[in-house]
Every structure is written in structure tokens, then in C-alpha cells.
Design a protein around this ligand. Structure first.
Ligand SMILES: Nc1nc2c(ncn2[C@@H]2O[C@H](COP(=O)(O)OP(=O)(O)OP(=O)(O)O)[C@@H](O)[C@H]2O)c(=O)[nH]1
Ligand SMILES: [K+]
Ligand SMILES: [Mg+2]
Length: 385
């Protein structure tokens, strides 16, 4: 049986279990729950859930003996300061958007699957070069390998920001469907990694600690999950009282999870009512546009820049004015060390100190070491041995 069929089988079984659970609901349900009778059913659902999560993860991993392949993305090398992927159902206007915001022409047509491979373009934004990947449309079931879905999703997984292009004239569910496809391969949108510490050990059994009383987890659940994943010795510290079973599995599967910001872009607003447009525009992480009427494109580009959280750092040579003609682009959370790495591969080996002017400096200039965090617009002078 293939992985997809296995998944289907488990899903069907889960639906049946859920139904039984619903019919079993009776005045005595609570009492039975306490007695642990009802808990039996609940635990079956949990373990099926976990099995499902594991199978889905396998979809993107090369099949044993297949010699790899399957889950790899398109062969486009990364370039510029960051990578943004345009993900969406067919014919929502991904290629139209790429053509608008970069110098690259990507074929646009009214039929689905016009774009058949990844088309890279470069968005220039105040000194930064952002690689934009126009991708083929994906359909429901992409994660299971339908169409070029897996390749598209793998490409998206390598990006710093996902721009989910949506057709404003289509049902709102399209967004949830796409989110599910991305979730299935371990992409977590607009979320932080769960605040749970897990350290596998060689001996000593399991040590499970909660910082505050958990709402959705207990020691036994964690114990069972760890055992499922064949981790018999481990230290666990749950720092978030709202953490769920899924969160805990994400922590175990950390190497296969990717936390990526997502900007939802509704295109074709020329075809919807003003009231509906206003409703869409109020959604979080959302912008609306019409490529056709050239409306909102600037907002989309500004939001891409904001969501990438890149910083522009300017350098200053001793005795000269700062060079504002060219910015160094670093990621949010970067330090002077990252700035050095941007300037030259070996610069930090000769580093003595830096002088920093701007928002990150307590006083101007502040003398700092390599681990000083920089801020947008800082001016930096590096002094070497
Ligand atoms: N009404 C309207 N049509 C648009 C808009 N933007 C794009 N289109 C049309 O939508 C159709 C699909 O556009 P594409 O850019 O090819 O869409 P795509 O998402 O790249 O499609 P695939 O590559 O097939 O997945 C074309 O006929 C475009 O002219 C818009 O803002 N409004
Ligand atoms: K199209
Ligand atoms: Mg296209």
C-alpha cells in the first residue's frame, strides 16, 4: 500500500472513531471519562493523529531504495538578499504579479498551469535585491504528489517569505486548503516554534516538567508520544501552558519543520464588491490588489519588504561621511558579526571593535563588540587589527 492510501485509510478510520465518540456522548460520558473508559477512545484518536503526521512527513522524504528524488524543489539557485515564493492555485495571477514587480516576463494566460516550472525574478527595493520565484499553480492534494505540487511546495519551503496569491472572486476556503497543503509538509505559517525544550539523552529515563499547569497536555501524553518516536530517555520542559500534542510533535520533528512568514495577497479585486474588498483587507497578514487595474501593487511590495524584516546597514570609513549610496542588507536579529560577514568572509578574524551610530546605539557612536545587535538604518565603522 502506498503512503497516500495509508493516509486515506487512517483518515477514514478517524472519521469513524469520531462518529462513535459522538454517539457515545451520554449523561454518563463525563463519569466514564473519569473512569478512563472514554479516555480509551480519545487516545486512539491521538495515536492515529500522530501516525498520520508521520506518514505525511514521509511524503516529502525520498522513498527507501528509490535513490532519492521526489521531494526536491526546482533547480533555481538562491540569489540576492532573500527569497520570496509566489504560491497559489492555478490562474490566480502569480505570473502577472511577477511580471509587474520584476523585469522578468513570465507567461500569463487564462488557462490553468500556464507556468510549468519555477521562474525567478528580482525585485529591487531601496538597495535590496529580493529574489521572487513564480511557481506553477498547485491543487488540492499537492502534498501527496499531485501535479507538480511536491516540487512547488519544496521550493516554497526554501523561501524566507511565502506570498500566497489568492483569487478574490473564489471561495474563501481556497486559503485554508492551501494552508493545509503547506502544513502537511512541515511548513508552519506565521507561527513561532513551540516554546518547549526537548533534549534527547542516552540514559536516565524521561524527565518531564511543566512551567505552569498545561491546558492541553499532560505527562502521560508526552510520555506516550516520546515512546512512539522511540525516545526513551529525554528531558522535556514545557514553557507554554497552551502547547498542544501537535506542538510537541513539531518539536520532535524540528529538523523537518520550517517556520515561515506568509503574506496573503488577494488579487482580482476589480471583480468584487467594495464591501467584500474591505472585509478581505481587514484580515491579518493580508493585502488586496488588482494586477489588471494596477491597484495596490505598491502596498504588496512594501508589505513584502516589511515582512522579510531585513535591515539596511550603512558603513562609514574613518574620517569620511557615511556611505548612504549602498546599504548592506542583513536579516532581522543580526549582529555586528553578521555585518562583518556581509563585508568580507574573513573580516571578523581581524575585528577589534566597531563604532555604531543609530537606533541600536545607546549613545552615538557606541563602541561595541561582535555580538552587538544592529537596527534598521544603523551606521557602522569596523576597526581591525
Ligand atoms: N480580472 C482580473 N484578471 C486578472 C488579474 N490579474 C491577472 N488576471 C488574469 O488571470 C489570468 C491568469 O493569470 P496568470 O498570471 O497566468 O495566473 P497564474 O497564477 O500565473 O496561473 P498558472 O501559472 O496557470 O498557475 C490571466 O488571464 C490574467 O490576465 C486581475 O487583477 N484582475
Ligand atoms: K494561468
Ligand atoms: Mg503562472
Amino acid at each position: 500500500m502506498g503512503i497516500s492510501e495509508k493516509i486515506k485509510e487512517i483518515e477514514d478510520e478517524m472519521k469513524r472513531t469520531q462518529k462513535n465518540k459522538a454517539t457515545a456522548e451520554s449523561p454518563r460520558a463525563e463519569e466514564m471519562y473519569d473512569m478512563g473508559v472514554y479516555l480509551g477512545t480519545a487516545l486512539t484518536v491521538f495515536s492515529k493523529d500522530r501516525k498520520l503526521a508521520r506518514l505525511r512527513a514521509q511524503l516529502l522524504e525520498p522513498a527507501a531504495g528509490s535513490g532519492g528524488g521526489g521531494g526536491s524543489g526546482f533547480d533555481v539557485s538562491k540569489s540576492g538578499d532573500a527569497r520570496v515564493s509566489l504560491v497559489g492555485f492555478p490562474s490566480v495571477g502569480k505570473s502577472t504579479l511577477l511580471t509587474k514587480i520584476t523585469k522578468t516576463r513570465s507567461e500569463v494566460a487564462a488557462y490553468a498551469f500556464t507556468t510549468l516550472t519555477a521562474i525567478p525574478g528580482v525585485l529591487e527595493y531601496e538597495g535590496a535585491e529580493i529574489q521572487i520565484l513564480d511557481l506553477p499553480g498547485i491543487i488540492e492534494g499537492a502534498a501527496e504528489g499531485k501535479g507538480r505540487g511536491r516540487q512547488v511546495i519544496s521550493a516554497a519551503k526554501t523561501s524566507d517569505l511565502i506570498v500566497m496569491v489568492l483569487d478574490a472572486t473564489k471561495k474563501l476556503e481556497q486559503r485554508t486548503l492551501l494552508e493545509k497543503e503547506l502544513e502537511a509538509v512541515g511548513i508552519r505559517l506565521n507561527r513561532e516554534p513551540p516554546n518547549i525544550y526537548l533534549k534527547p539523552k542516552k540514559t536516565g529515563g524521561m524527565k518531564i516538567t511543566f512551567m505552569s499547569p498545561p491546558k492541553n497536555l499532560d505527562e502521560k501524553m508526552i510520555y506516550n508520544i516520546l515512546r512512539d518516536y522511540k525516545m526513551l530517555n529525554a528531558e522535556v520542559l514545557v514553557r507554554d501552558e497552551n502547547a498542544t500534542v501537535d506542538d510537541f510533535i513539531d518539536v520532535i520533528m524540528a529538523p523537518h519543520r520550517k517556520y515561515i512568514r506568509c503574506l496573503y495577497v488577494y488579487n482580482k479585486i476589480d471583480c468584487i464588491s467594495k464591501t467584500y474588498l474591505e472585509q478581505l483587507a481587514r484580515e491579518p497578514h493580508t493585502v488586496v490588489m488588482s494586477c489588471e487595474l494596477d491597484l495596490g501593487i505598491k502596498d504588496v511590495v512594501d508589505r513584502i519588504w516589511e515582512d522579510l524584516r531585513l535591515l539596511r546597514i550603512y558603513t562609514k570609513k574613518k574620517g569620511n561621511a557615511p556611505d548612504f549610496s549602498e546599504a548592506l542588507i542583513v536579516r532581522g536579529g543580526s549582529t555586528i558579526e553578521d555585518v562583518c560577514d556581509q563585508i568580507h568572509r574573513n573580516l571578523k578574524e581581524r575585528f577589534r571593535y566597531a563604532l555604531v551610530w543609530g537606533a541600536s546605539a545607546k549613545h552615538s557612536p557606541q563602541r561595541t563588540g561582535l555580538n552587538h545587535p544592529v537596527a534598521e538604518g544603523d551606521v557602522v565603522s569596523i576597526f581591525t587589527k
